[in-house]
Design a binder for this molecule. Structure first.
Ligand code: ATP
Ligand code: MG
Length: 399
């Protein structure tokens, strides 16, 4: 049986009042973008549904891609047939036959928008259900908790049959909530923070601090690969690579050792904030989790955060490492993150970083160096790479 369209249901965006149009348009755009390899699809929308009309495309591939689109609550493969009882029975049977596995259970749920139709919903459920039971093996009815809910919507112009609901990714359409700048290291946490922020509808650009020759091109490649994984949810992403060596060396030379970490974070935030403004992003995003390391205690955050008033989103702030790792595995970033190449912070980590730094102290240590000039220089020399899905292969040949 060939499914001729896919019915997409929205999640939270159904309730978004005046912004509704904007959300739906964004969702449509994002869906078209993930399905760019299927140029012959047609799209139709109603107030609370999007329909994708299929031609000869393989629905398996399309289903796989739709599962990654934030803002979709659920979607179903569907078939349209004539509003006539024998056509409905045959189409329902064909649809379920092509999808069910032995020992699955099902129920029929009919909605009769066409009140002129000669059978009522109970009679329709009964007739379709028995037709399916008589003509299949290893399939039984379970009205409470079926594996397959065969939904039949009888309208006057046509009848729509769907029989399997795929769970969507939930969340809000990427881009409907503005843009944020993600501080992406090569570690496990920050890609997860990026993923969770995309899920709430925020489009991302990425900033990475790179300190050659202390950190290698392989560390940079790791970040490119992580960004590439995030494009599965967010489409194209701009990756900004900041030359950070001079600033790190200056910090090592001028700031007492146990304060170097605090200062490094402050410089990172200052640079990130300048780039954020330039790129018209509205927030910074980090992978920090409370108490995980010295720079992530409340005291540290107070001293580090003091350099900006910009909102900083920390989606992992209350999560345990194991919870973060679980998500990292689900989104395919974990194995990239555990590649051994060092990040610039790891290399310069002091033996005993201050867990309770004082803002006045760190400000005073920094006052002996003209960091502002070094920061402008770093910002002026940012290298920007546009990461698209094919970027990974292209970049492999570069390094
Ligand atoms: P991650 O696993 O994300 O590296 P982490 O637990 O190792 O996090 P830190 O190294 O203290 O923690 O970094 C805290 C946050 O600072 C990171 O989640 C990331 O957002 C940001 N960060 C750290 N290093 C870099 C870097 N080189 N470039 C960009 N952002 C960075
Ligand atoms: Mg790290």
């Amino acid at each position: 049986m060939k499914f001729d369209h896919i019915l997409i249901r929205f999640g939270e965006i159904s309730t978004k009042g005046r912004n509704r149009r904007k959300f739906i348009d964004r969702l449509k755009r994002n869906i078209r973008e993930v399905l760019i390899d299927f140029p012959n699809l047609n799209y139709q929308g109603t107030r609370d549904r999007i329909y994708i009309l299929l031609n000869d495309e393989s629905h398996e591939e399309i289903v796989k891609k739709l599962k990654l689109v934030f803002g979709i609550q659920s979607f179903s493969l569907a078939i349209k047939c004539e509003s006539e009882i024998s056509a409905i029975k045959d189409t329902a049977l064909n649809a379920i036959t092509s999808l069910y596995k032995p020992n699955d259970t099902f129920k029929v749920t009919t909605k009769r928008a066409d009140k002129q139709f000669p059978l009522d919903t109970n009679a329709l459920n009964y007739q379709i259900g028995s037709h399916v039971l008589i003509n299949t093996d290893n399939l039984s009815v379970d009205v409470k908790n079926p594996v397959i809910n065969l939904r039949v919507e009888v309208r006057s112009e046509a009848t729509y049959i769907t029989c399997f609901d795929y769970q969507g990714a939930g969340g809000l359409p990427v881009g409907s909530g503005g843009k944020g700048l993600l501080l992406l290291s090569g570690g496990i946490d920050s890609p997860v923070a990026g993923y969770l922020t995309l899920k709430r509808g925020v489009e991302l650009e990425i900033i990475h601090f790179f300190s050659p020759p202390y950190t290698s091109d392989r560390a940079k490649q790791k970040v490119v690969d992580l960004a590439k994984e995030l494009t599965s949810y967010g489409g194209k992403i701009k990756l900004h690579i900041v030359p950070f060596t001079t600033i790190q060396e200056k910090i090592q030379a001028q700031v007492p050792e146990n304060y170097t970490m605090t200062s490094t974070r402050r410089m990172m935030l200052k640079i990130a904030d300048q780039l954020r403004e330039k790129q018209q992003a509205l927030a910074l995003i980090t992978g920090e989790s409370l108490g995980q390391v010295a720079s992530q205690t409340l005291e540290s955050m107070l001293a580090i955060n003091a350099v900006t008033n910009t909102p900083i989103l920390r989606p992992l702030i209350t999560m345990d490492k194991l919870e973060i790792i679980e998500i990292a595995k689900e989104i395919n970033t974990h194995d990239i993150s555990i590649r051994p190449y060092e990040d610039c912070c790891t290399i310069f980590t002091p033996a005993s970083p201050k867990t309770m730094p004082k803002l006045e102290k760190v400000s005073r240590f920094e006052s002996f160096v003209d960091f502002d000039e070094l920061i402008s220089e770093a910002v002026d020399n940012i290298e920007t790479i546009l990461i698209t899905k094919i970027q990974k292969e292209e970049m492999n040949s570069l390094f």
